[in-house]
Design a protein around this ligand. Structure first.
Ligand code: SF4
Length: 533
């Protein structure tokens, strides 16, 4: 037996027999086969992929099949390879990719352009996968949790300007220009006092200061033009690198990027709906996300769970109108009145029969005449207590401010929506505990496991395309883990067969109706020519 210090590889000069078929490069249970079967089952033309409908008779150099580039991206995002240059490299050396692409080696520009040009189609694939998961019974379809998370954009914080920042920049530049102007004047005055001699050193004429002042003036006019652009756009921020990225701030932490909103189904924590926005606040996103989830799940009634950052009376009303039961904790507010030991709205109860509020002293606050618009634009009725009663009330100090003579309360015209929501929330502790476990799973997996904390592309369309790939790769991996490769491939084939048979049945029924109509119209025509007609 030969004694070796270390394991040694084969000599590079030794002739060897590599598998002669590309098929032998990957094992039968390799997950890359799941990507192949999924993408092959997609109707890429219907999903809107560019070149998907190109006929064989088309002239010129044929493009890459969108199916091959979709497989490349899906493989890449599942394996944390996102940049087009890295994908190009891997396509040449990675045996799984050589198998998947049948040894095609697209260049990085082709790869990058595919992601750029097909952002809508990639979104549609994502939706298609959710429909497939629903068909496979992997989606509960009755409870979703909604949440948002910040992702860094391809822009720095320094490249994004607010009005305040631009105004400060202009003020600073003005000061600098003024200081340089003064020093130029001082220079001139000093020169005027000096006896006139021929200077040979070339200095002291202020030319370097003049150049600096010109540079500052140019900077100032750029900043002023940016401020004009920002004001004309009606936006609050101007981003110079990525036009759609914004400075987003939450809990004192700021980033330059996007806010990704997701609705996650509670059964297997699959992302069923998502959107990329560029607003720090989640207020205003509840209804849009819950409605998108309800549509894709085709649910009659949907329970939507969200944290208190989503609380908005208008959003709760919109949800209720669309058959969505929203569960959002009511924000405590800053509790200023409670802190001062005074009664807050919670201490007043509404009496439906009397259409009046009852105060802690048991007295009624009656409706005032007319309707009012509050600061957030809601129309409300106001209820006021009696000045005479309040004057004699022993609780007056805890109820009224020192200058007030009576208490008034505003009631939104759809306050009943909020009352039903408050009642719903009283028994929702268990649901709210589940909320964070459901919705934080996808973000945790994508950000911590895959390391996807930022976007590589710029602008809403491309960013939304990239997010679709991230969400698809999360859902795809999750479904593959739940089913296993064999069941995944078999069930995908079955699901698409049933979609196909539904399609064929629809076509047959259209054909039957068509022929029935033709026969009917011929019979009518024949009747028209008969002697009885
Ligand atoms: S001050 Fe007026 S509104 Fe307040 S508790 Fe007394 S009676 Fe009621």
């Amino acid at each position: 037996m030969t004694i070796r210090t270390f394991k040694t590889g084969e000599s590079r000069d030794q002739a060897s027999l590599l598998p002669s078929r590309i098929e032998d490069y990957v094992e039968p249970d390799n997950p890359v086969r799941a990507i192949e079967s999924f993408v092959c089952a997609l109707d890429l033309a219907e999903l809107g992929f560019r070149h998907a409908e190109r006929g064989a008779e088309a002239m010129g150099q044929p493009p890459y099949d969108p199916a091959d580039l979709s497989k490349l991206y899906l493989y890449g995002y599942i394996n944390q390879i996102r940049s087009s240059r890295r994908l190009e490299r891997e396509a040449s050396r990675n045996l799984e990719l050589i198998w998947l692409l049948k040894n095609l080696k697209p260049g990085y520009r082709t790869i990058a352009n595919f992601r750029k040009e097909n952002w809508k189609a990639l979104k549609a694939v994502n939706r298609n996968f959710v429909l497939l998961a629903r068909q496979l019974g992997l989606v509960g379809g009755s409870v979703v949790a909604i949440d948002g998370s910040f992702f860094r954009g391809d822009a720095s914080k320094a490249s994004i300007f607010t009005r305040k920042r631009l105004a400060e920049q202009i003020a600073r530049l003005d000061k600098e220009i003024e200081a340089y102007g003064k020093s130029l004047e001082a220079n001139d005055a000093a020169e005027a006092k000096e006896p006139r001699t021929d200077r040979t050193d070339g200095g002291g004429d202020g030319s370097d200061i003049g150049a600096r002042v010109s540079a500052l003036m140019a900077q100032r006019s750029r900043a002023a033009a940016d401020l004009d652009r920002l004001e004309a756009s009606g936006e609050t921020q101007l981003s110079k690198t990525d036009p759609d990225a914004r400075l987003l701030v939450k809990s004192g932490q700021g980033i330059a990027g996007y806010n990704v909103q997701t609705a996650v189904d509670d059964k297997h924590k699959l992302i069923v709906a998502s959107e990329v926005v560029n607003d720090s606040s989640d207020v205003g996103q509840l209804h849009a996300m819950a409605k998108a989830a309800k549509d894709v799940l085709e649910a009659e009634v949907l329970q939507a769970l969200a944290d208190e950052g989503y609380y908005s009376s208008l959003e709760l009303k919109a949800c209720e109108d669309d058959g969505i039961k929203a569960y959002v904790p009511v924000p405590e507010g800053n509790g200023q009145l409670e802190k001062k030991g005074r009664f807050s709205l919670k201490d007043f109860s509404y009496d439906v029969a009397a259409d009046a509020y009852r105060c802690p002293a048991g007295k009624l606050l009656h409706p005032m005449k007319g309707r009012f618009q509050n600061t957030s634009g809601r129309t409300e009725s106001r209820y006021a207590s009696s000045t005479t009663i309040c004057r004699r009330c022993r609780l007056r100090a805890r109820c009224l401010s020192p200058k007030a003579s009576r208490r008034t309360i505003g009631r939104w015209e759809h306050e009943d929506v909020l009352e039903r929501h408050r009642v719903r929330m009283q028994g929702a502790d268990e649901l709210m505990r589940r909320r964070s476990a459901i919705v934080e799973h996808p973000f945790g997996t994508l950000k911590c496991r895959a390391g996807y904390r930022h976007f590589l592309v710029r602008g809403f369309n491309k960013v939304r395309g990239e997010w679709s790939l991230m969400a698809l790769c999360y859902n795809f991996t999750r479904v593959l883990n739940i089913l296993g490769l064999e069941r995944f491939v078999a069930r995908i084939a079955k699901a698409f067969r049933s979609l196909l048979s539904a399609l064929i049945a629809a076509i047959n029924s259209i054909q039957q109706t068509f022929w029935a109509n033709i026969t009917l119209s011929l019979s009518i025509r024949r009747l028209g020519h008969s002697p009885l007609g």
